[in-house]
Write a protein that binds this ligand. Structure first.
Ligand SMILES: C[S@@+](CC[C@H](N)C(=O)[O-])C[C@H]1O[C@@H](n2cnc3c(N)ncnc32)[C@H](O)[C@@H]1O
Length: 315
C-alpha cells in the first residue's frame, strides 16, 4: 500500500478547510479514475456533487451505521430473496455501496451468488474481499452500462441524500428497473429525516443540513414519496414496506448511544463547511457538538428506519 496515498476528494477538501481528515481506512492502491497530474483532482471527483467527503471518518461512520442497522433489523434485507441467494447464481447490485460493508457481508453469507457494489468514491476494498464480491467506481448518473434484465436483486440504502427528484425518476425508476430481471426485486432503505423530538441545537444543524442538500437540488422530503414511486411504476408489482423504530441517545442504552454518536459524527465531518455557516471557530463547533449530545439525552428522541421493496413484472 502506498503510504502517501490520499483520496482526491480529500486533497480537494484539505485545500478548502483545515479539517483533520484522514484517508479511508480501506486504503486502496489505485483509483480507476486517476487524478489529473495538474490538479490532483479526477474528472469524476470534479463531477461528484455528493455532500460528504470520502475520508476515513466517513468510511468508519458508514461502517458503524451498517452494523447498527443490521442489529436494529436483525437482517440485511427484507425482500423474498433468501432462497434464490442460497441456491446460487443470483446477481446482486448495491447502488451507492459506500465502503461496501453490505456487499462484503452478503457475499460471505451467500457464497454461490455474486455481488457488485458501485460507488462514485472508491472507499470499498479492492483486493481483500470475497471472490464473489466486485466493486466498481462509477457515477450512477453517467449511465449504467449493464444490459436489460441483468440483476436478480438491486439494493439501495440511504441514497436519498444523493438523488434529486429527477434522478429518482430517471436513474432509480427507469434505469435500475431496466437492468433488473423480470421477477427480480428492488429494495430501498431510508430513514426519517427528522427525529420525533428535536431541541434547538439539533434544529439549527438540521436547517443547515437541509439547506446544504437543497443547494444541490436534493429534497429529503422525497423519502416519504418512495412508496408511491414504487407503487406507480408500471413495471413493478407486489410492493411491500416495513419499519423499525429506535431510540437515540445514551439514555436508551448502547444502541441509542451509537445512533447519537453516528449523527453527531456526520456533523463533525461537515465541520469545515458548517462551522463557517454557523460563524463559529472549529473549537466552538466542537463545543456545540458536545452540547448537541447532551441535548439529545435531554429530549430523548426516536426515529424510524424503512425498507421498501417490489418485484419487476414478468410479462
Ligand atoms: C449515505 S452513503 C450510503 C452508503 C451505503 N449505501 C450505506 O448504506 O452504507 C451514500 C453513498 O452514495 C454515494 N454516491 C453519491 N453520489 C453518487 C453517484 N452519483 N454515483 C455513485 N455513488 C454515489 C456516496 O459516495 C456514498 O458512498
Amino acid at each position: 500500500m502506498g503510504n502517501n496515498y490520499s483520496h482526491p476528494n480529500e486533497r480537494k477538501q484539505k485545500k478548502s478547510c483545515s479539517s483533520n481528515s484522514s484517508r479511508p481506512s480501506s486504503a486502496h492502491q489505485f483509483f480507476i479514475n486517476d487524478p489529473s497530474p495538474a490538479t490532483g483532482i479526477s474528472k469524476m471527483d470534479e463531477d461528484n456533487k455528493y455532500f460528504l467527503p470520502a475520508i476515513r471518518e466517513e468510511v468508519d461512520r458508514l461502517q458503524s451505521l451498517h452494523f447498527l442497522l443490521h442489529h436494529i433489523w436483525q437482517s440485511n434485507f427484507s425482500s423474498a430473496m433468501e432462497e434464490k441467494l442460497q441456491r446460487g447464481g443470483a446477481k446482486v447490485l448495491d447502488v451507492g455501496c459506500g465502503p461496501g460493508t453490505w456487499v462484503l457481508e452478503m457475499a460471505t453469507n451467500y457464497p454461490l451468488s455474486s455481488f457488485t457494489g458501485i460507488d462514485i468514491s472508491a472507499t470499498f476494498p479492492i483486493e481483500i474481499k470475497p471472490q464473489n464480491a466486485t466493486f466498481i467506481q462509477a457515477n450512477i448518473f453517467d449511465g449504467l452500462t449493464y444490459p436489460d434484465s441483468h440483476f436478480d436483486f438491486i439494493y439501495l440504502r440511504h441514497l436519498a441524500v444523493a438523488l434529486t427528484d429527477e434522478q429518482w425518476q430517471k436513474t432509480v425508476m427507469i434505469e435500475l428497473v431496466r437492468i433488473l430481471k423480470p421477477g427480480g426485486m428492488i429494495e430501498i432503505m431510508e430513514s426519517d429525516v427528522h427525529w420525533s423530538k428535536e431541541g434547538p441545537i439539533l434544529q439549527n444543524f438540521m436547517r443547515i443540513y437541509i439547506e446544504d442538500l437543497g443547494s444541490r437540488g436534493i429534497d429529503l422530503s422525497t423519502v416519504k414519496e418512495i412508496p408511491e414511486l414504487l407503487r406507480h411504476n408500471n413495471r413493478l408489482v407486489d410492493f411491500h414496506q416495513d419499519m423499525r423504530q429506535y431510540s437515540i441517545g445514551k439514555w436508551a442504552g448502547r444502541v441509542g448511544e451509537l445512533a447519537a454518536d453516528n449523527a453527531v459524527q456526520m456533523f463533525r465531518i461537515l465541520k469545515c463547511r458548517y462551522a463557517a455557516t454557523l460563524r463559529c471557530s472549529n473549537d466552538e463547533y466542537e463545543i456545540l457538538l458536545s452540547k448537541l449530545l447532551n441535548e439529545i439525552d435531554e429530549f430523548q428522541p426516536h426515529t424510524n428506519s424503512y425498507r421498501f421493496w417490489a418485484t419487476k413484472i414478468i410479462l
